[in-house]
Design a protein around this ligand. Sequence first.
Ligand code: CAA
Length: 293
Amino acid sequence: KRPAGAPDRSLARPVTKVGIVGAGLMASQLALLFVRRLEVPVVLTDLDQERVDKGVGYVHAEIDKLLAKGRINADKANRHKALVTGAVDKSDVFADADFVIEAVFEEMSVKKSVFADVEKVVSPECILATNTSSLSITEMAADLEHPERVVGFHFFNPVAVMPLLEIVKGERTDDATLATAFATGKALKKTTILVNDSPSFIVNRLLGRFMGEVGKIVDEGTPVPVVDGAFAGVAPMPPFVLLSLVGPAIALHNNETLHGAFPDRFYVSPALERVVAARKASYYGPDGALDPE
Ligand code: CAA
């Protein structure tokens, strides 16, 4: 059955090579998913060789783990590993890509400049997908020569196990782009839904409300482990474990975006701001209070 709002599948274009901009936490998980499900060349790019090597190394190590668990055989492991490569200079490696996805820092100006750079080296039909979790697709595409090939393609952490993929249509996204996004999502074995191009789409908007309340409870003096403990058996992951998985900066950015759009309904916790300002990856301090206090 065609997902609600998805154009006719016959409009979808084939995806024979994937480019990924960024080689960090989300980008390298995306590379693993794309190579396993599509079995096409996947190229990771980043600002320097060290980051690129780290991203490619992550994918190779995850494939080795699947081999060790007996989930794939040695032939498949070697084939998949050979399909994943990395580069700093995008110009050659992206020239024949038909699907490029960016998963760089969650900041509109950064994402816009990434797409402007990519557009110089890819074909006019190459899809430009963004894994943004909160920013406007329409705005991200606004200054491009071909804004009709820009689409939101939002995955959840951990990418390998979370089933949902939010597909976001910008004002100028055309049907061929949207059809290709849905067909690719299906090939990746994700459940695809079309969501409006509004701040944080659906899932992160709901999570933003929830995380705002969680932050408020901590700001009112309840220690982090008590809040997490309250969720034992209620949610698959206690809130602060989830916040650490997603990354404090991303979670804070989400609530800031939502607060900017709907100031009366979204709360930005000063305690969470302190954690992000101190570049902490964990929320637990020595006495169970929020770290740092
Ligand atoms: N990477 C890859 N695979 C992982 C993984 C990871 N980080 N964590 C767990 N898994 C796999 C395990 O290998 C296991 O697979 P197999 O059964 O095939 O061996 C499977 O997931 C289940 O794992 P466990 O039994 O160890 O653990 P669990 O039952 O506690 O489930 C979980 C783990 C699925 C991650 C679960 O804790 C969960 O659903 N957590 C909530 C995650 C969530 O809400 N994510 C959304 C965050 S919001 C976001 O990402 C949006 C954004 O833009 C910021």
